[in-house]
Design a binder for this molecule. Structure first.
Ligand code: FES
Ligand code: FES
Length: 164
């Protein structure tokens, strides 16, 4: 089958690949680039486990053909870890506030939360819930996920935290 040449910038690193036209971005990330943080949790575009950042927006990477993504800048959960290997503040907050149980949804959830806080650095709890509504979690009941995201938002907005 004919293959298409694509270029991606993934977690700051330029990558070039040959992909079949039918290949989805999630499969390129997981199978070609060994970035197994983004998960596949459904085949209906509902769960959000495959969420990555693409050109500054959250996307479900199971809904994007790799060829469509050519030229894009992509960040996965692996790209959120600090350069020294320490955890991103959202990862720390999810750990501290018990925002995960089995962890299957967590990479997509944190990647989405990261973008949410870029879009709205000072969200209300309702806005957090709306912001992560494309990401399903079967374990936590969401309460502690909201708490974790809230904690990071409060760190980013110390004046508001002090006023409360
Ligand atoms: S794998 Fe469920 S939305 Fe992509
Ligand atoms: S922690 Fe298990 S699905 Fe969210």
């Amino acid at each position: 089958m004919a293959k298409t040449h694509i270029k991606l910038k993934v977690n700051g690193r330029e990558r070039e690949l040959l992909v079949e036209a039918r290949m989805l971005l999630i499969h390129v990330l997981r199978e070609e680039l060994a970035l197994t943080g983004p998960h596949i949790g459904c085949d209906t575009s509902h769960c959000g486990a495959c969420t990555v950042d693409m050109n500054g927006k959250s996307v479900k990477s199971c809904t994007v053909f790799a060829a469509q993504a050519s030229g894009a800048e992509i960040t996965t959960i692996e790209g959120l870890v600090n350069a020294d290997g320490s955890l991103h503040p959202l990862q720390e907050a999810f750990r501290e506030h018990h925002g995960l149980q089995c962890g299957f949804c967590t990479p997509g959830m944190i990647t989405r939360a990261h973008r949410l806080l870029q879009e709205n650095p000072n969200p209300t709890d309702a806005e957090i819930r709306m912001g992560i509504s494309g990401n399903l979690c079967r374990c936590t009941g969401y309460q502690n996920i909201v708490k974790a995201i809230r904690a990071v938002a409060d760190t980013m907005n110390p004046a508001k935290e002090a006023a409360e």
